[in-house]
Design a protein around this ligand. Structure first.
Ligand code: HEC
Length: 146
């Protein structure tokens, strides 16, 4: 209890110091003295949710901005094509890819864009990927698997 009072006194001391601080802008002051643990109320944005959104936002925009075929393959395709999930041809596995490569790029691209055999999802689930990006990703995977 004594400790709590001591902390309160310190906090109050600090905030009044800020309040009298010349040039302290009111908004920053409000931010500084805002309660640390804010309660999340359903339907209202809460501090933790906003923080989480702020953390995930850059990652999301990074994946839609310029990415190299290698990054795209690593972020999207290798989820299945890395280990061969559901029989996906594995990156680097010549035997897996030889019969696919033999179909020609047009067919592979068509299957990658529209999905194939109910196993390869359209665009490999990358809804923000352009046709060219998908093509470059296929090129990257097949180049690694010849
Ligand atoms: C959810 C898992 C999954 C993801 C993610 C995925 N693939 Fe596939 N992909 C598969 C599977 C499974 C097959 C094999 C389907 C079959 O032959 O039955 C396949 C097959 C392919 C083929 C060969 C098609 C053919 O005609 O033989 C290409 C090309 C391909 N994927 C490209 C991609 C690209 C490019 C990406 C990333 C943008 C990607 N895939 C992401 C599961 C996936």
């Amino acid at each position: 209890m004594v400790k709590t009072f001591a902390m309160l006194a310190v906090l109050l001391g600090c905030s009044s110091a800020w309040a009298t601080d010349e040039g302290t802008d009111k908004d920053t002051l409000a931010e500084r003295i805002a309660p640390v643990g804010q309660v999340c109320i359903e339907g209202k944005p809460c501090a933790a949710a906003t923080a989480a959104a702020a953390v995930t936002a850059p990652a999301a925009s990074a994946s839609t901005a310029t990415r190299t075929p290698e990054q795209l393959v690593q972020q999207v395709c290798s989820g299945c094509h890395g280990s061969g999930v559901m029989g996906a041809p594995k990156i680097g596995d010549k035997a897996d890819w030889a019969p696919r490569i033999a179909k020609g790029m047009d067919t592979l691209l068509n299957h990658a864009l529209n999905g194939f055999n109910n196993k390869m999802p359209p665009r490999g689930t990358c809804t923000t990927c352009t046709d060219d990006e998908i093509k470059a990703a296929i090129q990257y995977m097949t180049d690694k698997s010849r």
